[in-house]
Design a protein around this ligand. Structure first.
Ligand SMILES: [Zn+2]
Length: 63
């Protein structure tokens, strides 16, 4: 749905990293470079952002 505000495992705020991450990927950076740019060091936070799929626009059509 929407990007998780905090990491599910450690509780670090990761919601603000989403826009930075998307922009970095659009600029042609690799996933690793994009996550490094967001300042996410722990693998739990990285996987929270990496595995997120934005579906809010699709789900919104059926409400
Ligand atoms: Zn974490």
């Amino acid at each position: 749905m929407i990007v998780p505000v905090r990491c599910f495992s450690c509780g670090k705020v990761v919601g603000s990293a989403w826009e930075v991450y998307q922009q970095a990927l659009k600029d042609g950076k690799s996933m690793k470079e994009a996550l490094d740019e967001c300042g996410l060091k722990r693998f739990c936070c990285r996987s929270t952002i990496m595995s997120h799929v934005e579906t809010i626009d699709t789900v919104g059509l059926y409400q």
